[in-house]
Design a protein around this ligand. Structure first.
Ligand code: 6GU
Length: 252
């Protein structure tokens, strides 16, 4: 997969040299380009922002540097007829976007080319989004209902979630299966040696060697935990009979 990032803080993404994603870059599974938006400014002060039309607090990122930076990555040619279903996806992290989920991470992990545009200040001139929407696939994506100072941290989180789903990035593919959100439930609690620590014992069933019983216990733990912490994730067919609804399950 090819990933391009446009940002005014390219150093932010130095951490992508570490750990599993760093290895994936070295082995060529992930090809990463980090681009400084300021390299696409042509005024003396290299300004990337200006005051908002209509007034109000804060600054808005200017359309021209964004257009130049994104054209340099995407090419400036006329859009292809299949641009709505093919070609790179341009992703703008934004608290006003669609909620990023494990399902979205999985969808995006199948793509050939992702381009992230990290906004700062009060956002990017809306015409940048409008222009590229007319030329191809564009998505506004939010990490959740809170405000970050800019898109960089959000993009880092998305790249980690997406990157680890690319085949070969995580050494043991089995470890991708039994994780929170992959089956719509939170994951079960895990334990390792010693079997007793500060008066706390590992649940007996895990020491039993009975794989059927262990599997049943783990699934029960997943359901209990999800009901308690994230009832919004529970699909009706997993709820106790008193709460079960007739509607089709709303799994994510
Ligand atoms: Cl994707 N960007 C910014 N700036 N703030 C956010 C966010 C994204 N998701 C939640 N808050």
């Amino acid at each position: 997969m090819r990933i391009d990032i446009v940002t005014i803080f390219p150093e932010f993404f130095d951490v992508l040299n570490l750990s599993l994603l760093g290895k994936a870059r070295q082995s060529g599974l992930i090809e990463l380009g980090v681009h400084n938006l300021r390299d696409h400014t042509y005024d003396r002060h290299h300004s990337v922002d200006d005051t908002p039309y209509g007034g109000g607090a804060g600054m808005v990122m200017k359309a021209e540097p964004w257009g130049a930076a994104l054209d340099a990555i995407l090419g400036a040619e006329i859009p292809r007829v299949d641009a709505a279903t093919d070609g790179p996806i341009l992703i703008f992290p934004s608290p006003a976007g669609d909620q990023f989920t494990q399902a979205m991470a999985r969808e995006l992990s199948l793509e050939q080319h992702l381009v992230f545009g990290c906004g700062r200040y009060e956002g990017i001139d809306q015409r940048v989004v409008d222009h590229y929407e007319a030329r191809g696939r564009v998505r506004l994506v939010s990490l959740g209902d809170y405000v970050l100072n800019g898109g960089e941290v959000a993009v880092m989180a998305m790249i980690e979630a997406i990157g680890r789903l690319i085949p070969g990035v995580v050494g043991n593919p089995d470890s991708l299966v039994e994780e929170s959100h992959e089956d719509g439930l939170l994951e079960y609690p895990s334990y390792t040696k010693p079997s007793s620590w500060r008066g706390l014992d590992v649940p007996q069933v895990l020491l039993s060697g009975n794989h059927g019983a262990i599997s049943t216990w783990r699934h029960q733990q997943q359901i209990e935990r999800t009901e308690r912490v994230r009832p919004d994730l529970m699909s009706p067919d997993l709820l106790p009979p008193a709460n079960a609804k007739q509607s089709p399950s709303r799994r994510r």
